[in-house]
Design a protein around this ligand. Structure first.
Ligand SMILES: Cc1cc2nc3c(=O)[nH]c(=O)nc-3n(C[C@H](O)[C@H](O)[C@H](O)COP(=O)(O)OP(=O)(O)OC[C@H]3O[C@@H](n4cnc5c(N)ncnc54)[C@H](O)[C@@H]3O)c2cc1C
Length: 315
């Protein structure tokens, strides 16, 4: 059921955005896990001005909103999301280059950015090869692999604050850390300025191929997942701890801990979000009992109540 607010709110959205606003849109179509119930509305603004209008209107009417990148690191509740889900692919999809600096819109896919860098002989982002998602999602998560993180390359982040006003957050203020950027919380990211280096296209292409190959060898990419479910605990690896506690192959409904990489929980057979959530809880508890380490989820939960999320907090 939609958030209880005057029906005019939803009518106004439809009027302003037309086909770019879908009511009761199933989010399973927009998440890597292929699960998740409907959002009250899903809007794809065409311009930053439209986006600012939307943020201000939601604030004014007290309707929650949330940006979804490509849904590669989220678990959306089976009951969906009460509020407005925003996609930035149309209003924040540009890349602009000035020498070795790039401005990249938050809606740009990492899988398009890496080949762009290759074509334009720009080095510094190749560790991102094969990381699914948008630049906005990568910034919020400070996505990375092979000892690199996107935050290392950021000069500043372009964002909207909670009032819909545009602001520029310098890298230091973003406070990039391991799979987090606390200084960006509560902001809607529009893009970022990146500092890269001059590189060689052919060498960059080879690097990308070799990274993709390594990822395919290590990761179970045949089934829907969110990548690593848990963050790396200090001095150890979540996958190693899960494997040692006998977690590989554990199942709840259609969700299973990957036998290939224990930190991946896969949707192997029409899993529900509830199957995946329950399995995350069980794995976390098993590792705690066996190894005394409380694994912190990396995956972001959308539409879950505080009461449900409490199950994932350290007792
Ligand atoms: C097979 C697989 C492999 C993966 N491997 C890696 C890896 O090697 N390294 C790694 O770091 N991650 C990895 N991931 C996780 C995922 O790819 C990253 O976290 C990615 O950065 C998520 O981007 P996204 O656009 O899909 O964000 P989403 O999953 O859509 O969103 C993630 C969070 O960011 C918020 N958000 C997204 N965009 C914005 C914005 N513009 N403004 C404000 N908030 C925003 C969302 O609300 C949500 O809270 C993997 C995932 C999969 C499925």
């Amino acid at each position: 059921m939609m958030v209880e607010t005057r029906t005019t709110f939803w009518q106004e959205l439809r009027q302003r955005f037309g086909e770019a606003c879908r009511l009761n849109e199933p989010l399973s179509r927009y998440t890597a896990y292929r699960v998740g119930g409907p959002a009250d509305a899903l809007v794809v603004p065409q311009t930053v001005e439209d986006l600012q209008w939307l943020v201000r209107y939601c604030q004014q009417q007290r309707v929650p909103y949330r940006v979804l990148g490509s849904g590669a690191n989220v678990l959306v509740h089976d009951a969906g999301y009460r509020g407005v889900i925003i996609l930035l692919r149309d209003c924040c999809g540009q890349i602009q280059q000035q020498g070795t600096q790039l401005y990249v819109g938050a809606g740009v896919l990492v899988q398009d950015l890496v080949p762009y860098c290759e074509r334009h002989q720009l080095a510094g982002l190749h560790f991102m090869s094969g990381i699914p998602g948008t630049v906005g999602g990568a910034l919020i998560m400070n996505a990375g692999a092979f000892d690199g993180e996107i935050g290392d390359r950021v000069i500043a982040v372009d964002a909207l604050d909670a009032h819909g006003n545009r602001c520029r957050i310098p890298r230091e203020a973003a406070k990039f850390g391991y799979r987090q950027a606390p200084g960006l919380q509560g902001l809607l990211l529009l893009g970022c300025w990146l500092q890269l280096e001059v590189g060689n296209s052919e060498r960059l292409r080879q690097q990308r191929q070799s990274i993709l190959q390594r990822r395919a060898e290590k990761q179970p990419l045949d089934y829907p997942s969110c990548g690593s479910v848990f963050k790396r605990p200090p001095g150890d690896f979540a996958g190693r701890l899960i494997e040692r506690s006998g977690g590989k192959g554990m199942r709840v409904g259609g969700a299973m801990v990957s036998p290939k990489h224990a930190n991946f929980i896969l949707n192997v057979d029409q899993a529900t979000a509830s199957d995946i959530f329950e399995l995350i809880v069980q794995v976390q508890q098993r590792v705690y009992q066996e190894a005394g380490v409380w694994l912190e989820p990396e995956v972001q939960f959308i539409g879950f109540s505080e009461r449900e999320l409490k199950k994932l907090k350290q007792p």
